[in-house]
Design a protein around this ligand. Structure first.
Ligand code: G
Ligand code: G
Ligand code: MN
Ligand code: NA
Length: 254
């Protein structure tokens, strides 16, 4: 069977699930939120990474339904954490440009927040530079509506796409997420962290927060902190975790 038919079948049979990776404050390692990450294990037990099946889902239109399921599932999970985490703990949800460009995207987000009882400020949306395919003023309007509800918006994989600096200036974002390729490879170049430092300065100029992905060592954490980066995620702190494991991590953290 083709991968797309298998994906459709797995989605109907409820065989997609989410993992959650902690987002931490780089100063003290305190968990400030979590990114939800979509997982697919096929019926025969094979794990297929999202990089392989998300593009297929996007091309076929299935991404809209999957994306809605991801958002509802992640928000329900956040609702269930009430009382065990700080009020401001945020769940960060990856949103495909296909999903974002739907005319009723914002209405859907607001409906799911209402359904789950999660506050806007407890949620973050991660977009990639591919959203720029949509008309800029429409993107600006949608971001404005989301931000009016307290929802924060992050630009994911920053530095890997072709976002022009002018679009960054027009889009009112909250945060740049520095792609992990700049964290790990940056250490091997003649100027360690050169690009990363430049991105952090750019963000400060645009009054945006920064979060670094793929932090694997204490040296990287310290260098990022020294460069002015506030938050991060990566194997140094925790891998993406199943719900139960995330719960255990929270219990151990207090
Ligand atoms: O960590 P992982 O290998 O799962 O992530 C691989 C890529 O898949 C990342 O770029 C991530 O943003 C993307 N991804 C993970 N989960 C989702 C999701 O729920 N929706 C979308 N659109 N992308 C996701
Ligand atoms: O949204 P995005 O594509 O950036 O998703 C994050 C991806 O990075 C996920 O696939 C996740 O499993 C992966 N990841 C998270 N932490 C680390 C890390 O410390 N090192 C590496 N190599 N990958 C990581
Ligand atoms: Mn992401
Ligand atoms: Na990323």
């Amino acid at each position: 069977m083709h991968m797309l038919s298998r994906l459709r079948e797995s989605f109907s049979a409820d065989r997609l699930f989410l993992h959650y990776q902690p987002l931490v404050d780089l100063r003290d390692g305190r968990i400030v939120g979590a990114e939800s990450l979509l997982r697919w294990r096929t019926e025969d037990g094979t794990f297929i990474p999202p990089d392989r099946f998300i593009p297929l889902a996007e091309q076929s239109g299935l991404m809209v339904a999957i994306g809605e399921w991801v958002m509802r599932t992640a928000l329900k999970w956040r609702a269930g954490l009430k009382g065990t985490v700080d009020e401001r703990f945020r769940v960060a949800i990856n949103v495909s440009h296909v999903q974002f460009s739907e005319p009723d995207f914002v209405a859907g987000v607001l409906r799911m927040l209402a359904e789950t009882g999660v506050a806007g400020y407890q949620m973050e949306i991660e977009l990639t530079e591919s959203v720029a395919a949509e008309n800029t003023s429409r993107i600006v309007d949608k971001l404005g509506e989301l931000r009016a509800q307290g929802i924060s918006v992050a630009m994911d994989d920053f530095g890997t796409g072709y976002s022009s600096l002018s679009i960054l200036q027009r889009l009112r974002l909250d945060r740049l997420k520095i792609d992990r390729s700049f964290i790990s490879d940056g250490n091997d170049t003649h100027e360690p962290f050169g690009i990363t430092r430049t991105i952090i300065k750019l963000a400060a100029q645009l009054r945006l927060h920064t979060i670094a992905e793929g932090i694997e060592s204490e040296e990287q954490r310290q260098a990022l902190l020294d460069a002015g980066c506030e938050e991060g995620q990566g194997y140094l702190f925790a891998r993406p975790l199943a719900e139960e494991d995330f719960g255990r991590l929270l219990a151990d953290a207090v």
